[in-house]
Design a protein around this ligand. Structure first.
Ligand SMILES: Nc1nc2c(c(=O)[nH]1)N[C@H]1C(S)=C(S)[C@@H](COP(=O)(O)O)O[C@H]1N2
Ligand SMILES: [Mo]
Length: 420
């Protein structure tokens, strides 16, 4: 089986366009190889995530070994809520569109539901996923429904001076802006400042908010979303209203959305300018400089999901997302890269390209009868433009000191028992 897969790989060699063209051949492979058959036995990974130190912020994650559905059920979908779930009066919760607009708007949920409805299947991933030892399941795929944002911004009329659109959530929490104890110890008080350290500290109650450029906010893909997988948006996922920005990392998809405000300067709140900022050490003319970049668009990624056994034969299954996927390869025990079969979920006849562009692709590799003992399994994805998911020692990843945007290739370990 492996040899067959490898010759297919050899056929696929020859540039991004050829690779993209041949994906159709690949999906014609074994039908329904993933999510698997009843009676498949899952072999748990040897490497398991570290204990979760922040269960209040991340109360739920995807358990890879349990992945059995292309659409993630809402009650299995990971949750990241930095300030917990706020109390929101669902019935009368209005959305304001304010700031530098000609005609400020105030819309109820009923107003929004009366407007044109659109759906998008979008794989949402927290940009911290796989960057922290406890966070390996902060990704899920759902069918989100709502009304497009752009026509409402156009109706409000963004003024010439408006450069950014800020999306405010109803949740808030205490944020320490400045903790001067270190600075005082280093002698700031000797520079003529004689207040105590406490007088220089600053803690505020900050609302969750994220911003986008006016151009990004007007992207026709953005939805004011009130439904998840055909049911009203659950409370923990932002009910009654959240922003769904397909193609953007989780943090941009503001939950419990109450206010959209057009402003005339860069918004530099916690989740734009302190947290969710990727910091890299770069070289400029022989000098070291630090670069700071706010987390924005998804990055190409894949992960082995689970190893299953059926009648003594083993199968490796996984997912790939972050960009339109052309191909996934798997490496076992550091050996050659083998092309996996991309699964066809949902079946092609029910799928338009627009609906699947932002959704993950499942993949399968038949492993046959591996030797008993420990094995490593690594996956890597190629997108339709020929980009490759980076290796963990890729310079872009190696120079990064923050855990956001960790899209390097993932290796899992599994133990095959003696006697199959
Ligand atoms: N208002 C608000 N929106 C938010 C957050 C939050 O804490 N408050 N967390 C963000 C982050 S960091 C992520 S990864 C996603 C997670 O969405 P989910 O909990 O529905 O999976 O929501 C984003 N939207
Ligand atoms: Mo996140």
């Amino acid at each position: 089986m492996v040899n067959q897969e490898m010759s297919r790989r050899t056929l696929l060699k020859g540039g991004g366009a050829a690779v993209a063209g041949l994906t159709a051949v690949q999906v014609a492979g074994p039908a329904q190889a993933f999510p698997g058959h009843p009676g498949d036995e899952v072999i748990p990974w040897l490497d398991q995530p570290a204990p979760n130190p922040v269960p209040q912020i991340v109360p739920r994650q995807l358990v890879w070994e349990q992945l059995d559905s292309w659409l993630t059920p809402a009650d299995e979908f990971f949750i990241v809520s930095h300030y917990g779930t706020p109390p929101v009066d669902k019935a009368s919760h209005p959305l304001d569109i304010a700031g530098l607009v000609r005609r400020p708007q105030s819309l109820t949920l009923a107003d929004l539901k009366a407007r044109p409805r659109r759906e998008v299947t979008f794989t949402l991933e927290c940009s911290g996923n796989t960057g922290l030892p406890f966070l390996i399941g902060a990704v899920g795929n759902a069918r989100w429904a709502g009304t497009p944002l752009a026509p409402l911004l156009e109706r409000a009329g963004i003024l010439e001076e408006g450069i950014e659109v800020v999306f405010w959530g109803a949740d808030s929490g205490a944020v320490t802006i400045r903790d001067n104890s270190g600075i005082i110890a280093e002698g700031l008080s000797g520079d003529g400042v004689d207040d105590g350290a406490g007088a220089l500290d600053l803690t505020i109650t900050e609302q969750f908010a994220r911003s986008m450029s006016v151009e990004d906010a007007l992207n026709p893909d953005n939805l004011l979303c009130y439904e998840m997988n055909g049911a009203p948006l659950p409370e923990e996922h932002g009910s009654p209203l959240r922003l769904i920005a397909p193609g953007w990392y989780g943090v941009a998809n503001v939950k419990w959305l109450t206010r959209i405000e057009v402003v005339d300067q860069r918004y530099a709140g916690r989740f734009m300018a302190r947290d969710y900022v990727t910091i890299r050490e770069e070289m400029r003319d022989g000098d070291t400089v630090w670069t700071f970049a706010t987390v924005r668009h998804d990055r190409l990624k894949s992960a082995p999901a689970k190893v299953t056994r059926r009648h003594g034969r083993y199968t490796i299954m996984g997912a790939a997302w972050g960009a339109p996927i052309a191909e996934v390869e798997v490496q076992i025990d550091g050996g050659p890269w083998i092309t996996a079969t991309l699964d066809d979920h949902p079946p092609r006849k029910r799928r338009s390209r627009a609906r699947s562009e932002f959704a993950w692709r499942f993949w399968t590799l038949h492993w046959g009868k591996p030797a008993a003992g420990d094995h490593t399994i690594t996956s890597r994805a190629f997108d339709v433009d020929g980009n490759l998911q980076p290796a963990p020692d890729d310079p872009q990843l190696a120079r990064k000191v923050t855990f956001w945007e960790s899209n390097g290739q993932i290796t899992r370990r599994v133990r095959i028992p003696t006697g199959g």
